[in-house]
Design a protein around this ligand. Structure first.
Ligand SMILES: [Zn+2]
Length: 75
């Protein structure tokens, strides 16, 4: 896929786990698609991915699975 940063057709998607917040509000989201470009070395989330992350964070009580920390799956 095309890299948004350098415009070359080298980017690919890999799935990552990110944590948001801290303490009791710590939320771990697994399986988030991150665009990674080996050509320019940048990794970033697409706009719609960031939007979805925001949505999950706002509604994470219904997405989350109880573990030692709350965990939500992307998509
Ligand atoms: Zn790039």
């Amino acid at each position: 896929m095309i890299c948004d940063i350098c415009g070359k057709d080298k980017a690919h998607v890999r799935r990552v786990t990110e944590t948001y917040g801290k303490g009791k509000n710590l939320l771990l989201i697994e399986n988030i698609p991150m665009v990674s470009c080996p050509d320019c070395g940048q990794s970033y989330f697409a706009a719609e991915t960031l939007h979805e992350i925001e949505r999950i964070r706002l509604h994470h009580k219904s997405f989350a699975v109880e573990r030692s920390v709350e965990v939500a799956k992307f998509g």
